[in-house]
Write a protein that binds this ligand. Structure first.
Ligand code: ADP
Ligand code: ZN
Length: 731
C-alpha cells in the first residue's frame, strides 16, 4: 500500500508558495520524494521561492514544462491541522491563502540549512605552561560542571581575551565542538512553584485543568476584576497542559506586558518560556519557529502573530485581556486573533481561555448563549478591594483655561504624594496638544497626505500625523496666512499634562508613560519597573498604563477626560470607554491600600459614566446588548466593511457606486449594503478612502456572498479593495 501522504520522486505535487498567486503550482517531487506538508524551495521563473506541498498535483499544466522541486527544507512539515487552520482562516477573513501561508512562515532563514556554532567545554590534561589567565578559564569551566560556553561567554566570565581560550583549545585542554545554533528552550517544570490559591481561584483552576485533561476543544471565559488572580488561575491550566505533554500559548495584547509577566512565568515554571513579538531578534524568531515545530518550546508568550507558529501539539491558548482592540490586526491580513484562536483550537482539539476584567460584548454574548463556559473570580486576592469611584463634575469646578487638573483632583493628588503613595493621571492622547491653531486666521495645521490634524510632540520637537506617521518641524509662521508667531496649541496631550502637573506639584517626582517617549520595548520595560519600585510619585500616562502593570504603591487614579471616548460615532464607543475606564481605575489600590478613582466629566449622568461609577458591569452589558440586538449589529448580526482606496477620488467613488448597484449576490443571502461614503478619515497617505458596509443576519453566509459580489469586479489602476470581516473600527 502506498502512503497517500507521500509522493515518490517525479510524482506531481501541488505547491502553495508565499508569492501573490491565486493558485497552486504543480511541481515534480524531488529525489527522495516528499511528504504532504513539506516546506520546499521551488523554482518560479528565474527565482527560488518558499512553498508548502499541499497535496497531489492538479495535472492542469503542460507536463513537459513542469519542473522539479529544488529541495525539501530541513524543518518539520506543516501539519494537516495547520493547513486546515490556514484554509479556514483564509475563508473566514476572505484573505488569499498565500497571504495566510506568509503569516505562517514569518521567520527568516527557514530555507537555510541548520546553522552551527562553536561551543567550548573542559577537555583533558594540563596546559604546557600555567598562567593566571589560563587558570581562570579552567576554573570557570570547572565551576560550571559539564556546561558548555560560547567563546564570548567563556572569555568574558574568565576575564581573558579569546586568544587565551584558543591557545588552550590547541593543546586539547579545552574542547571546541560544533552545535546547532537553534537550540531547544529549557524544560519548564509544572511543579516548580505554585501559589496557594484561594477557594475561588482553586475551583476555577480545577475547572480549567479538567478541560485541558479532556483533550477536547472548549472555550472558557475567565472573568474577574483586575487583581483577582486570573493569571494565577490560567497558569495552572498551562501547567496541566505541560503535564499532558502538550504546548501552550499565552497571547498578550502589548509587548509592554511581557516584562513583569515573563518574570512571573519564569518564577512559576523555573525557566523562561519562548517570547514572540516584534521586538524579538531575527535569529531568535527563527529559533522559536523551528523549536515550536519540533517540540523544543513548550510555552510561547506572544503577540497575536504567535497564533500562526507551527505548533506540534497545541493544547491550550490563553487570550489575556481578550477585549483588547489590538488583537484585531488592522493592516495587511485583517484578522481578530481572539476569533482565530478559537478557530485554531477547535481544529486541533485545544482549550481556549479568554481572560478579562471587562470582556468584549462578543464573548459575553457567547458565554451567555452557552457556547463558552463561564468562570468568575469574584473577590480580589488578599485584602485589596476595588477602588472607590467618583465623578468630578467639571461644570462646577473652577478651572482657568488651558488647565485640565481640577482643584478637587489636585488636592487628592497632593494628599497621596504627602503620604508617600503614588497617583496616576490618565489621558488617552499622545503628544503635547492635539490641535495647533493659528490665532490670526483660525487655520488648523493638518497633514499634507491625510485628512487629519497634526499633533504637536514637544518632546520630539515636531508635528506628527497620528494617521500616517508623517512628521515636520513646527512652522514659524502660519502655513495659511503666513503671520508669524501666532500658532498656538489647543487641548491637552500627555506631554502638556505633564507640564501642568510639574507646575502644580513642584516637589513630586514625575514619570510620563507614553509609547513614543521610550526608544525601545526594553526601555519601556525598565521605565515601568522603576515606577513599580516607587521611583515616581505622580505618573502621567496614556492607554499604555491601562494594561496590566502592577504598581503596588498606586492608590489614586485621576481620569482627565472621561468623556473623550463617548464622542465617537463608533459602534463600540461605549463599550471601549467602559472597558478602558474600568481598567484604568483597576490600577489603583492593588496591594493592601484601598484605592480611589476619580473621573473628570462634563456629563456625570451619562449612562456609561454612571455604570462605571456604580461598578454595574452586568447592567452595562445588558443595556448595551439590548441596543445592539435592536439595531441588528454585532454580536447579534454580521457585518463586513469594504474599504476602497486610490489616489484618484473619482475612481474610488465610481467603483463604490458600481458595487452598491450590483448587490444581487448580497441580496440572495438577505444582506444589505450601505454606502459608498467617504471614510471618516477620507484621505490617508495621499489615498482617498471610501467605505461600504454590508449588514446581514447572524446566520447569513456573509463571506461567500461578499466574495461572489466583489468577484464581479476587476480592480483597475492603482485602486485597492480590502474586506474587513467583523470590523472593529470604522475609520
Ligand atoms: P489578574 O490576572 O486577575 O489581574 P493576578 O493573577 O495578576 O490577577 O493577581 C494579582 C496579584 O495578586 C499578583 O501579584 C498575584 O501574584 C497575586 N496573587 C493572586 N492570587 C494569589 C494567591 N492565591 N497567592 C498569592 N498571590 C496571589
Ligand atoms: Zn498623515
Amino acid at each position: 500500500m502506498s502512503d497517500p501522504d507521500f509522493f515518490q520522486q517525479g510524482q506531481l505535487v501541488a505547491v502553495l508558495t508565499t508569492q501573490p498567486l491565486d493558485r497552486f503550482l504543480d511541481y515534480k517531487a524531488p529525489e527522495g520524494g516528499c511528504f504532504r506538508g513539506a516546506f520546499v524551495e521551488v523554482p518560479l521563473g528565474p527565482r527560488k521561492v518558499l512553498g508548502v506541498v499541499w497535496g497531489p498535483g492538479r495535472g492542469d499544466f503542460d507536463i513537459s514544462k513542469i519542473r522539479p522541486v529544488n529541495r525539501v527544507l530541513e524543518v518539520a512539515p506543516m501539519r494537516d491541522e495547520m493547513r486546515s487552520f490556514l484554509e479556514r482562516a483564509a475563508d473566514y477573513t476572505l484573505t488569499p491563502l498565500h497571504a495566510m501561508v506568509r503569516l505562517a512562515t514569518r521567520a527568516p532563514g527557514l530555507s537555510d540549512p541548520p546553522s552551527m556554532r562553536k561551543i567550548y567545554r573542559l577537555g583533558d590534561g594540563e596546559p604546557d605552561r600555567q598562567t593566571d589567565a589560563r587558570r581562570r578559564v579552567l576554573e570557570t569551566l570547572k565551576d560550571y560542571g559539564g556546561l558548555a560556553f560560547t567563546l564570548k561567554e567563556l572569555s568574558e566570565m574568565a576575564g581573558v581575551t579569546s586568544s587565551v581560550v584558543k591557545g588552550l583549545v590547541k593543546q586539547g585542554v579545552v574542547r571546541e565542538e560544533d552545535t546547532p545554533r537553534d537550540v531547544p528552550f529549557f524544560r519548564l517544570d509544572s511543579e516548580h512553584a505554585g501559589k496557594e490559591l484561594t477557594a475561588d481561584q482553586a475551583a476555577g483552576a480545577e475547572a480549567l485543568r479538567a478541560g485541558v485533561r479532556s483533550g477536547d476543544y472548549g472555550t472558557t471565559l475567565l472573568r474577574g476584576v483586575t487583581g483577582s488572580g486570573k493569571t494565577e488561575v490560567y497558569l495552572e491550566a498551562v501547567a496541566e497542559t505541560l503535564r499532558m505533554g502538550r504546548q501552550a500559548l499565552v497571547l498578550l495584547p502589548e509587548i509592554a506586558l511581557t516584562a513583569e509577566f515573563l518574570t512571573r512565568v519564569e518564577a512559576r515554571f523555573g525557566a523562561k518560556p519562548a517570547e514572540w513579538h516584534s521586538g524579538v531578534t531575527m535569529t531568535e524568531r527563527r529559533r522559536i519557529w523551528k523549536m515550536v515545530g519540533q517540540g523544543g518550546a513548550q510555552l510561547v508568550i506572544g503577540a497575536r502573530s504567535a497564533l500562526f507558529l507551527p505548533y506540534q501539539n497545541l493544547g491550550l491558548i490563553v487570550v489575556d485581556e481578550e477585549h483588547d482592540t489590538s488583537y484585531k490586526q488592522e493592516d495587511g491580513v485583517l484578522y481578530n486573533a481572539r476569533d482565530m484562536a478559537v478557530l485554531r483550537a477547535s481544529i486541533c482539539g485545544a482549550r481556549v481561555v479568554l481572560a478579562s476584567a471587562t470582556p468584549s460584548l462578543e464573548s459575553w454574548a457567547n458565554a451567555d448563549a452557552g457556547k463558552y463556559d463561564k468562570l468568575e473570580l469574584t473577590a480580589r486576592f488578599g485584602e485589596a478591594v476595588l477602588p472607590e469611584m467618583r465623578a468630578i463634575d467639571m461644570r462646577v469646578e473652577d478651572l482657568p483655561s488651558n488647565r485640565w487638573i481640577s482643584p478637587t483632583l489636585q488636592k487628592a493628588v497632593e494628599a497621596r504624594v504627602d503620604r508617600g503613595e503614588q497617583a496616576l493621571l490618565f489621558i488617552n492622547r499622545r503628544g503635547y496638544a492635539p490641535v495647533t491653531i493659528c490665532r490670526a486666521c483660525g487655520h488648523q495645521v493638518g497633514c499634507d497626505h491625510c485628512d487629519a490634524r497634526m499633533v504637536e510632540h514637544r518632546f520630539l520637537k515636531r508635528l506628527v500625523c497620528h494617521q500616517c506617521g508623517e512628521t515636520k518641524p513646527m512652522p514659524e509662521e502660519c502655513p495659511s496666512c503666513h503671520v508669524e508667531g501666532k500658532l498656538a496649541p489647543v487641548g491637552p496631550g500627555v506631554e502638556r499634562l505633564a507640564e501642568e502637573a510639574q507646575a502644580l506639584f513642584p516637589d513630586a517626582r514625575l514619570a510620563v508613560l507614553s509609547s513614543d517617549l521610550f526608544g525601545s520595548a526594553r526601555a519601556l520595560k525598565e521605565g515601568i519597573n522603576t515606577i513599580a519600585e516607587g521611583g515616581a510619585d505622580v505618573i502621567i500616562g496614556t492607554q499604555l498604563v491601562a494594561k496590566g502593570h502592577n504598581f503596588p504603591l498606586l492608590t489614586l487614579v485621576g481620569v482627565i477626560d472621561a468623556d473623550l471616548g463617548l464622542q465617537g460615532s463608533d459602534l463600540r464607543a461605549a463599550e471601549r470607554t467602559f472597558q478602558l475606564m474600568r481598567q484604568v481605575a483597576g490600577r489603583a489600590g492593588r496591594a493592601e491600600k484601598r484605592g480611589e478613582a476619580m473621573l473628570q466629566t462634563f456629563q456625570p449622568e451619562h449612562p456609561v459614566i454612571r455604570a462605571i461609577l456604580a461598578g454595574d458591569e452586568v447592567g452595562f452589558w445588558s443595556a448595551e446588548a439590548n441596543e445592539r440586538r435592536h439595531a441588528g449589529v454585532p454580536p447579534y448580526g454580521r457585518m463586513a466593511g469594504i474599504i476602497l482606496s486610490s489616489p484618484d477620488v473619482q475612481q474610488v467613488f465610481d467603483l463604490g457606486n458600481a458595487l452598491a448597484r450590483n448587490d444581487g449576490a448580497l441580496r440572495e443571502v438577505g444582506a444589505q449594503v450601505f454606502g459608498p461614503a467617504p471614510a471618516p478619515i477620507a484621505r490617508v497617505r495621499g489615498r482617498h478612502r471610501v467605505r461600504l458596509l454590508v449588514k446581514a443576519d447572524k446566520g447569513a453566509p456573509i463571506q461567500a456572498a461578499v466574495a461572489k459580489w466583489i468577484g464581479q469586479f476587476r480592480l483597475k489602476g492603482d485602486i485597492r479593495l480590502s474586506v474587513d470581516i467583523d470590523p472593529q473600527s470604522f475609520y
